[in-house]
Design a protein around this ligand. Structure first.
Ligand code: FAD
Ligand code: NAP
Ligand code: SF4
Length: 695
């Protein structure tokens, strides 16, 4: 680990680096690491791994850390069962002294790494979303995304939930936490009391808004009463829940004031419920899209207010604070991507920040698949005790061929370790397929990854040779000790009669604009690239990821008038190119099912709204002047299209590897060149980093 850092604050971000006085304690700056479930919580060595994970972030300069959600009782969380059917002890619950002792490993590690960094435990009662037959809720209303129908709480059950929250907060203090965050948003227990569709009660906990608000406010009151005045108590509120018929602005303002009066030290604004149909953190969401909503909450209360969502760089955070939208910014995924974000900002090294590109591929998609969280651009995230590197004991002269994500990751880690690295690419810029990805509207963040790698190549003195397609003879003559082949892929050309027809265009030419695309288009292949290409050719005008107003129109959000949920009665405005598109696959499964769990739905919904025709179970027959001939359910059909774009997957490009092996050179194969099927940048960077850490 790096030595401790004194963070004086960088002149460029004076507000971000200004301390915040909470009366009983002080935060060293305005940056909070937001809560994320890491998947370590359920692992046998979870506390030790979480300790290393959080300690690196504390050393990296954040002012305060909020842990992943921890349930105050069994019914509120995920219950993993052993072979005997009994619940296993897991760190994702805190209601016993024994569990509190485990958490002490985490709090000690953080406070030792940075004594002035605070850490709060998030109390997360999942309510109707608990993956648990014993799930409870105000009313037995099953969520659209819930696994179980929840059991309706009776009066005694409600009191138990309140007591359990307070008890959990008390144990958190005992475990060394500086405070707690109570989640009152996202469709979890507290928020389901607030909204009519999930709270159908007629007693003192339902009916009028005053009654529906009673439970979350009482939880805050009882927690404050239990922990005393010197403990940080944050309430996470859904400041715009993105639900049809969700909370009105007046209700949010009332709740904000009530939780302040009940003893909250801060309010943290959250947007959306998990079941809502507006993306709020995906890469297609503009940076700081929702901070204006936070400002409205801030105007209602006198306690500090935290904002979040798509704030991924220090200049964005500074601007949010200077604009007065919030008192603090919460960055969660950006702290997976780079533990040292704040340290780098403080030292004027923001060009070295490994920026979160909001892809969700290794974080949230992992969480929902019950896998350990990590990060596409930083595979060390949540693997701090396992993926480590230091100076190489024997330094080598290494050639890396291919400067796509795999080659870049390998070259920069190997060079950091002291190896002499020469990086070749046939193209005249580094990045490989990321140079195509960054041109897709909504994927502008991919530029940041390439900026980061360019900074690392320079920092670690990698010799970069662009515009050079190297072969085995050249590499062997150059006398390298080791060669790494990261030559990527070749697009697959399916064996369909007529594939040579002039109306057939490969995805590379389509993205680069090398060939004209007609008004009627068939896209063969509906994987990630087929969807991206369809996005590109159906898109019209400025990317909505770069313009909050366009984003609001496209997704039907009214930031200004804040109708219920921000979306009630607001129709999305569909901007689309004048083009008819058929997106096709051979599989019988619904088109787009294989896309990422947490982002795939946004892509499907957007293209559906643009009128893209999704066609599955296609049997391709031939392409000719009339168009694309197929069999659908055994019946012949002709799509009279002007252009057929091929997005039919990829084959590994490994001829160089074979030639080098024949020559007997020491050689490694990474990325798409190693395995093209289902190869994405997450796998490519992860594989290359592991290899480079060991060479
Ligand atoms: P590549 O990126 O293909 O790089 C290989 C490099 O090797 C190229 O630059 C090539 O010029 C060079 N090269 C080849 N042969 C030689 C030679 N003989 N001499 C010198 N240089 C050579 N993945 C995701 O995870 N998430 C996404 O959202 C995503 N979106 C994508 C969107 C698009 C439009 C595309 C096309 C891809 C996307 N991908 C995405 C896939 C991702 O980009 C690839 O998985 C990744 O780039 C593979 O990395 P790589 O380094 O193995 O190969
Ligand atoms: P892919 O996801 O494997 O999709 C390939 C598509 O081509 C499939 O729809 C497949 O469907 C079809 N296909 C395969 N062989 C074919 C053949 N012989 N004839 C006709 N169709 C064929 O690959 P990709 O779209 O090329 O993407 C490459 C990698 O980049 C993937 O790992 C992907 O995850 C990643 N990527 C990710 C994103 C993202 O946003 N996360 C975006 C872009 C790319 P059928 O076999 O059913 O026809
Ligand atoms: Fe950000 Fe993607 Fe990493 Fe998640 S996986 S932290 S979204 S870059």
């Amino acid at each position: 680990m790096n030595a401790k850092v004194d963070l004086p604050g960088h002149a460029q971000y004076p507000t971000l680096f200004s301390p915040l006085d909470l009366g009983h304690t002080q935060l060293r700056n305005r940056c909070i690491m937001g809560s994320m479930h890491t998947g370590l919580e359920e692992q046998p060595d979870g506390f030790e791994r979480m300790a290393a994970f959080y300690a690196e972030r504390a050393e990296g300069g954040v002012g305060m850390i909020i842990t992943g959600g921890i349930s105050p009782n069994e019914e509120g969380g995920l219950v993993l069962k052993g072979e005997d059917g009994k619940p296993l002890a897991a760190a994702s619950k805190l209601n016993t002294e024994e569990e509190a002792a485990g958490h002490r490993i985490v709090t000690d590690a953080v406070h030792n790494a940075a004594p002035d960094c605070k850490i709060c435990l998030q109390i997360l009662h999942m309510g109707a979303l608990a993956y648990n037959e014993g799930a409870v809720a105000p009313s037995p209303v099953r969520s659209r995304i819930g696994a179980f129908s929840p059991n309706e709480l009776d009066e005694a059950g409600i009191e138990k939930q309140i007591v359990d929250h307070a008890h959990c907060a008390k144990l958190a203090l005992q475990a060394g936490y500086d405070g707690v965050e109570i989640i009152g948003s996202a469709g979890y227990l507290l928020s389901t009391f607030l909204v009519e569709k999930t709270n159908q009660r007629t007693d003192q906990w339902g009916g009028s808004y005053e009654n529906r608000m009673r439970f979350p406010v009482e939880v805050v009151r009882r927690v404050r009463e239990t922990v005393g005045p010197d403990c940080i108590v944050i309430f996470r509120i859904a400041a715009m829940d993105m639900l049809q018929g969700g909370m009105s602005w007046d209700e949010i303002a009332l709740l904000s004031k009530a939780v302040e009066a009940a003893g909250a030290s801060m309010i943290s604004t959250h947007f959306t419920w998990h079941e809502s149909q507006v993306p709020t953190i995906a890469t297609m969401v503009p940076r700081r899209a929702f901070t204006g909503v936070t400002k409205r909450v801030r105007d209602e209360v006198s306690i500090p207010v935290i904002t979040s969502n798509r704030i991924n760089m220090p200049d964005v955070a500074e601007a949010v604070l200077v604009d007065g939208d919030a008192d603090l910014v919460s960055m969660a995924r950006p702290m997976l991507a780079d533990a040292e974000l704040m340290k780098k900002a403080a030292e004027g090294r923001e060009h070295e920040i490994n920026t979160c590109i909001a892809c969700n591929q290794a974080c949230l998609d992992h969480t929902f698949a019950m896998k350990t969280t990590s990060c596409l651009v930083n595979p060390r995230a949540c693997h701090e005790t396992q993926l480590k590197w230091g100076p190489a004991t024997v330094t080598k002269n290494i050639a890396v061929v291919g400067a796509g994500p795999a080659g870049l990751a390998y070259a920069t880690v190997a060079a950091e370790r002291g190896h002499a690295v020469t990086l070749y690419d046939a193209a005249d810029e580094v990045g490989g397929q990321f140079n195509l990805a960054k041109q897709v509207p909504g994927k502008e963040e991919f530029h940041e990854t390439l900026r980061y790698y360019r900074a690392m190549l320079e920092k670690y003195d990698v010799t970069v040779k662009l515009g050079q397609r190297v072969d085995a003879d050249q590499l062997s003559d150059a006398g390298f000790d080791h060669v790494v082949v990261a030559t990527g892929i070749s697009p697959r050309v399916p064996q369909i009669p007529g594939i040579e027809h002039e109306k057939v265009v490969g995805y590379i030419d389509a993205i680069k604009g090398n060939k004209p695309i007609g008004k009627r288009v068939a896209v063969i292949g509906a994987g990630g690239i087929g969807f991206d290409v369809t996005e590109l050719i159906t898109h019209e005008g400025t990317s909505s990821a770069l313009d909050i107003n366009l984003f609001a129109q496209e997704w039907g959000v009214d930031f200004e008038n804040h109708p219920r949920g921000g979306v009630t009665g607001v129709e999305p405005v569909i901007n689309k190119a004048d083009r008819e598109v058929w997106l096709m696959q051979r599989k019988e499964t619904p088109v787009g099912r294989g896309l990422g769990k947490t982002t795939g739905w946004t892509k499907r919904l957007l293209l559906n709204r643009r009128g893209v025709n999704m066609v599955n179970a296609v049997d391709y027959v031939r392409i000719d002047d009339d168009g694309l001939h197929v069999l659908l359910g055994g019946q012949p059909k002709t799509f009279e299209v002007d252009t057929v774009i091929l997005c039919a997957g990829q084959e590994p490009e490994r001829s160089l590897f074979d030639a080098l092996e024949k020559k007997g050179l020491s050689v490694d194969l990474v990325g798409g060149a190693f395995e093209a099927v289902e190869l994405d940048a997450k796998t490519a960077i992860n594989q290359a980093t592991h290899l480079a850490a060991a060479v």
